[in-house]
Design a protein around this ligand. Structure first.
Ligand code: PLP
Length: 326
């Protein structure tokens, strides 16, 4: 990847003249079955540009209550687009059509205008859960019938695709905008893309400028993305196997609450309330043993597998758990 970055042909992308960025954008648009795609630095920016381009201030965006765009993007929806989120509680992040149908506002001047539905696949705080394609299709058909837009936060759409054997373009077919990330499991150091129709991406391009996301010789980082898509997609299966193995190992510890069946991709969430320790104490103890973990609540822990985590690392981490919980 570093070699591909060093050898990348570059130009000024603010003028659309970087051949490597253009190649990446064409490649991702094709993979997602969309007319066009635009390269941006982060998944946060690609989500927020999509929200901005779909909505007017005062509009309402229906979203799952634990979703990334609502919880972990610094309040950007309100600050940058002036929208309000209408949050619905899903099961491991997954919403049902009936919930969304009920949440769509009637055409009455008292209410905000429901404009957009934002879905996250895989779902981060849902523990890497995968939207069943039938479910997504029904939600998208409902949106079309009501004249609403659909945004797909596909930061980890690759994981859903590899785990289910469903093409990214199939997941994306109903979405008016799709965000995908090249960092995270794919292993590029930076980069996300928004994909959609050509006029939509033209609009996003204008807002990318406004949000300060225009980059110059960005081919250096786009080359990393092309390399990641060419070499690191299929291997996501290994991350999923590692996550599964880790979850089965954790299940053996008394007091750790986890259902390995819930681990569908590369994220492992579990609860340690019954162990008598807090997640902060466990994180501290594990850090001393050189295993870094992410606490997401007093008793909740989130672990992620990726291309730098080997099956041996999983066994090592389980050994450390054993040491701490005995
Ligand atoms: C589902 C989801 N969407 C968007 C993002 C934002 O990506 P970034 O960290 O590149 O801004 C993340 C980050 O973890 C995520 O999990």
């Amino acid at each position: 990847m570093r070699k591909a970055m060093a050898e990348a042909e570059v130009g000024d992308d603010v003028f659309g003249e970087d051949p490597t960025v253009n190649a990446l954008q064409d490649k991702v648009a094709k993979i997602l079955g969309k007319e066009a795609a635009l390269f941006v630095p982060t998944g946060t920016m690609s989500n927020q540009l999509s929200i901005k381009a779909h909505t007017q201030p005062g509009d309402e965006v229906i979203i799952e209550a634990t979703s990334h765009a609502y919880n972990f993007e610094g309040g950007a929806g309100a600050a940058l687009s002036g929208i309000q989120f209408h949050c619905l509680k899903g099961v491991r992040g997954i919403l049902q059509t009936s919930q969304i149908e009920e949440a769509i506002r009637p055409d009455d001047h008292h209410f905000p205008v429901t404009r957009l539905i934002s879905l996250e696949n895989t779902h981060n705080r849902g523990g890497g859960s995968i939207y069943p394609i039938e479910n997504m299709t029904r939600i998208c058909q409902l949106a079309k019938s009501k004249g609403l837009y659909i945004h797909l936060d596909g930061a980890r759409l690759w994981n859903a695709s590899v785990a289910r054997g469903i093409k990214p373009s199939e997941y994306a077919q109903w979405a008016d905008s799709v965000s995908v990330c090249l960092s995270k499991g794919l292993g590029a150091p930076i980069g996300s893309l928004v994909a959609g129709t050509k006029p939509f991406i033209d609009r996003v391009h204008r807002f990318r400028k406004m949000f300060g996301g225009g980059m110059r010789q960005a081919g250096i980082i786009a080359a990393a993305g092309i390399y990641a898509l060419d070499h690191h997609l299929e291997r996501l299966k290994e991350d999923h196997q590692n996550a599964k193995r880790f979850a089965s190992g954790l299940k053996e510890f008394k007091g750790i609450s986890i259902n390995p069946e819930d681990v569908e991709t590369n994220i492992v969430l579990f609860d340690i309330a019954e162990t008598g320790r807090t997640s902060a104490q466990v994180a501290e103890a594990m850090k001393k043993e050189r295993v870094l973990i992410h606490t997401i609540g007093k008793f909740q822990i989130r672990l992620v597998t990726h291309l730098d985590v080997t099956p041996q690392d999983i066994e090592t981490a389980l050994e450390v758990f054993k040491k701490i919980f005995h």
